[in-house]
Design a protein. Structure first.
Length: 257
């Protein structure tokens, strides 16, 4: 038996005693294929809209309504929408991309715990050409998706610190948003705020009595924060399942009606 074979067998044995498994390459390939072919968040929304379970939707971090977005292609033309996006350039594109929809309102602000002014970090458009060359593509619309209250979030995604700009924007909290736009009949809340998601969902649950279906991006949440959020949602009768990078939080009553 070769030295490499012995070494690999020993490694597998050690990892096995620690509770880890080394999956064959084919298993990993199969997993990726199944995940790519599985139900996604957009499919779920479309299904629930067709069953008339969803009509009123708030999306936080709507961006341009197209880049890395599952909502616009999943809803009906007459779905009642409140779309919130703080970055001006993305906001203008958002309005264009939803121009054919009947019942949509746009809010050029960010959602935060408190209302007021706050700095948000984004990629300076004058450096877009740098990333076009770096990634050999003309489409860098995804750069606007990275806008975040945390500068290190952009750096984590490969944006040079010198390419990041800070812009002061208007913020509004959930209660004021819902009261101002008379949106207390809410069926679905979608949150994608690049590392601020669990803070906003926690604030929403603690400061409103509305319990809609919630879809949020989980991949940037630290484990201890995720545990706290899950416990809070459990105490408010939510069940959960993961669809790719999204966490779907659904009320027990919706599951059985």
């Amino acid at each position: 038996m070769s030295h490499d074979v012995k070494k690999n067998k020993l490694l597998k044995k050690i990892l096995g005693t620690l509770g880890f498994k080394i999956f064959p390459k084919e298993t990993i390939k199969t997993e990726r294929f199944i995940e790519s072919s599985s139900l996604n968040s957009g499919d779920l929304i479309k299904l629930l809209i067709n069953k008339k379970k969803i009509n009123n939707i708030i999306q936080i971090g709507a961006n341009d309504g197209k880049s890395d977005d599952f909502l616009r292609t999943s809803i009906n033309i007459d779905t009642n929408l409140l779309l919130v996006e703080p970055i001006k350039s993305a906001f203008e594109q958002l309005k264009k991309n939803y121009s054919d929809f009947k019942n949509v309102r746009f809010v050029n602000k960010a959602i935060d715990i408190k209302s007021g002014k706050k700095d948000i970090f984004s990629v300076n458009p004058k450096y877009y050409d740098f990333y076009k060359k770096k990634y050999q593509t003309e489409d860098v619309s995804w750069l606007t998706v990275l806008a975040s209250f945390h500068k290190n979030h952009l750096e984590y995604h490969g944006i040079k610190s010198s390419h990041i700009q800070s812009t002061q924007i208007d913020c509004i909290n959930f209660k004021e948003l819902i009261d101002q736009y008379n949106f207390d009949r809410l069926d679905l809340l979608v949150v994608d705020t690049e590392g601020y998601d669990e803070i906003l969902i926690t604030n929403f649950i603690q400061n409103t009595n509305i319990r809609p279906l919630i879809i949020l991006e989980w991949i940037h949440i630290q484990k201890n924060k995720a545990e706290e959020l899950i416990e809070l949602l459990k105490s408010n009768n939510y069940k959960f399942f993961k669809l790719s990078k999204d966490l779907v939080c659904i009320q027990k009553s919706l599951l059985f009606n």
